[in-house]
Ligand binder design. Structure first.
Ligand SMILES: *Cc1c(COP(=O)(O)O)cnc(C)c1O
Length: 490
C-alpha cells in the first residue's frame, strides 16, 4: 500500500468465508458440559430420527464466521452512505439504549392501560411532537413504514370523500413521484393522472390546474420532491385543489430538509407521512422494522386509525369510539420500539431539529457546487437536502452511471442512489445528510472527482470496477435470475 491516504477505500486483509456446513467436523461442539452422571435421556419419538443436518462447530468457529460476515456489510456506522432519497444519517446510540430499557422491552401490547401509562404517554407525546414539527393537528403511530403511511393517508382521503357523498376516482401525482405513490393510489382504487414536470424541476400551477377535475380525489406530492427541489408553486396548487373539492397527500420521505422550517398545514397539506427510519434517525434497511406515522390537519382528523391514545386528567387511555375512523392498520399500536427511538431523538434534538435540516440542505448544496464542473447537473439551482447529477459528461467515454457508482466503491464510499428519479436519464442522486463532517464531505467530493479523472484517463478500468472489493463486478442479471444459494463461494 503506497501513496497518501486520500479516500478510505484501500485493499487489505479480506477474509474469505465458507458455509458453516463446509466448516463443520463431526463431533465438534460449542461447549463441553460437565459429565453429570445422570442417565441419558432419549428423545420423544417425533423428535428422534435424522433431524436437520446441523453442522458440528466450535464456539470460536461460530463467532468468527458471523464476525467475518459482518465485515462484508456496509452501513452508516462504517462510512459515508450518500444514498439519495433514503436519508442514511447517523443514528445516535443513545436511541438504542432508550429502546432497550426493560420497561419497553417487556411491555406486552395486550396489557391494560393502567399497566402501561409510561408507554401511552410516550405515544401521546410523540404524536403531538410529530404533528407540531410539520404544523398539523394530530397524528397516528400505527403505520409500519412510509408506504403503509401512504395507504393510511389515502384510505382517510377516500373515507372523507365517501362521507361527503363524493365519488371521485382519480389521483394527481407528479412524474417525479416515488413508485409507492401510484401503487398506493391503485390499492385504494384510484387511477393515477401524471402531472408532467415543469422546466425548473417542479410542478407548475397551470399544468395542475388543467388536470384538476371533479373526478379527482386529490394530489399526492413529495416536497421537497424527489429531485431534491422545493415545490415552489405548491401553495397556489393546494389552494386550487381544495377549492375544487380535492385533498392533498404529502409524501414526507424528504422531511429531513424541512423539519420545523416548513409549515405543511399552511402549505395546504391535509395528511403527511413520516419515515422515522429516514428523518428521525432510527435504524434503516435490511428489511427491518421502520415506522411510517401520519399527521393530519382538521379535515382528516376524524378518520385517523383507531383506537387512539387520549389524555384524561393525568391518565392516558385508549379511545375506541371513533365513528368515522378508518379502523385499525396494525395488529397492535405500531412498531413501538422504533417509535421509542424517534421519541428519544426528538427529545435529545429539541429545536436543533431545525439545524439538522439546515445542515442537510447546506451539505447537499456544498457537494453540488463542488462537483458541477465535472458532472452534468440537469437542474442548476439551489437544492434542498439532495442533488441530482447525470453521467452526460462521461457518456462519450462510454462510462455509465453504474460504472461511476462502482468506481466509488473502490475508493471506499457507498454509491449514491442511481437511475432514480426516473424523470432524469441515468440519474446520480446524492444525499449527504447533516451528520457528515466537512472532512467526510471533502473526501467524498475528492473520490467523485477522482472517478471523473479516471474516466478521462482510463475509462476501461471503470467497466471492471470495483476491483478492490471482496467481490468484483457481478453479473446482476444472472444473480437475480439464477441465484446460487449454496455451495462454493470462492
Ligand atoms: C422511501 C420513500 C417512500 C417509501 O417509504 P418506505 O418507508 O420505504 O415504505 C415513499 N416515498 C418516497 C419519496 C421515499 O423516498
Amino acid at each position: 500500500m503506497s501513496g497518501e491516504f486520500k479516500t478510505p477505500g484501500q485493499s487489505g486483509l479480506i477474509l474469505n468465508e465458507k458455509l458453516l456446513w463446509e466448516s463443520g467436523r463431526k463431533g465438534r461442539s460449542a461447549m463441553s458440559p460437565v459429565v453429570s452422571g445422570l442417565p441419558p435421556v432419549s428423545l420423544p419419538p417425533d423428535l428422534a430420527g435424522d433431524g436437520p443436518d446441523w453442522p458440528d462447530l466450535s464456539e470460536q468457529q461460530v463467532a468468527r464466521h458471523y464476525t467475518r460476515l459482518s465485515t462484508w456489510n456496509f452501513g452508516v456506522d462504517t462510512g459515508t452512505y450518500p444514498l439519495g432519497s433514503c436519508t442514511m444519517k447517523y443514528n445516535p446510540k443513545i436511541n438504542e439504549e432508550m429502546a432497550n430499557l426493560p420497561g419497553f422491552v417487556k411491555a406486552h401490547p395486550l396489557l391494560p392501560a393502567e399497566a402501561v401509562q409510561g408507554e401511552l404517554r410516550l405515544m401521546y407525546e410523540l404524536e403531538q411532537f410529530l404533528a407540531e414539527i410539520v404544523g398539523l393537528k394530530a397524528a397516528s403511530l400505527q403505520p409500519g413504514a412510509g408506504a403503509h403511511g401512504e395507504l393510511c393517508g389515502m384510505l382517510m382521503i377516500a373515507a372523507c370523500h365517501r362521507h361527503h357523498g363524493q365519488n371521485r376516482s382519480k389521483v394527481l401525482m407528479p412524474d417525479t413521484a416515488h413508485g409507492t405513490n401510484p401503487a398506493t393510489a391503485a390499492m385504494c382504487g384510484y387511477s393515477e393522472v401524471k402531472v408532467p414536470l415543469g422546466p425548473k424541476g417542479f410542478m407548475e400551477y397551470a399544468t395542475v390546474e388543467k388536470l384538476m377535475t371533479d373526478e379527482v380525489a386529490g394530489l399526492m406530492v413529495t416536497n421537497p420532491n424527489t429531485l431534491g427541489l422545493f415545490e415552489s408553486e405548491l401553495h397556489r396548487i393546494t389552494e386550487m385543489i381544495h377549492q375544487r373539492g380535492g385533498l392533498v397527500y404529502g409524501d414526507g420521505a424528504n422531511l429531513n430538509a424541512i423539519m420545523g422550517r416548513v409549515d405543511l398545514g399552511r402549505l395546504g397539506v391535509d395528511v403527511v407521512h413520516y419515515n422515522v427510519h429516514k428523518t428521525l434517525s432510527t435504524p434503516h434497511g435490511g428489511g427491518g422494522p421502520g415506522a411510517g406515522p401520519v399527521a393530519v390537519g382538521d379535515r382528516l382528523l376524524p378518520y385517523l386509525p383507531g383506537p387512539r391514545v387520549v389524555k384524561n386528567g393525568d391518565r392516558y387511555e385508549w379511545k375506541e369510539d371513533l365513528p368515522l375512523s378508518i379502523g385499525r392498520l396494525h395488529g397492535f399500536h405500531g412498531q413501538f420500539r422504533v417509535l421509542v427511538r424517534a421519541y428519544a431523538y426528538i427529545l435529545s434534538m429539541g429545536p436543533e431539529l431545525k439545524t439538522a435540516s439546515d445542515l442537510a440542505v447546506l451539505n447537499a448544496n456544498y457537494i453540488k457546487e463542488k462537483l458541477k464542473d465535472v458532472y452534468d447537473l440537469p437542474f442548476d439551482q439551489p437544492c434542498m437536502h439532495e442533488c441530482v447529477f447525470t453521467n452526460a459528461k462521461q457518456a462519450a467515454a462510454r462510462v455509465s452511471t453504474l460504472d461511476i457508482a462502482k468506481g466509488l466503491i473502490d475508493l471506499g464510499f457507498h454509491p449514491p442512489t442511481i437511475y432514480f428519479p426516473l424523470v432524469v436519464d441515468s440519474a446520480i442522486m446524492i444525499e449527504p445528510t447533516e451528520t457528515e463532517s466537512k472532512e467526510d464531505l471533502d473526501a467524498f467530493i475528492a473520490a467523485m472527482r477522482q472517478v471523473a479523472e479516471e474516466v478521462r484517463q482510463n475509462p476501461e478500468t471503470l467497466h471492471q470496477a470495483p476491483a478492490r472489493t471482496f467481490r468484483s463486478r457481478l453479473d446482476e442479471t444472472s444473480a437475480a435470475r439464477r441465484p446460487i444459494l449454496t455451495g462454493d463461494m470462492g
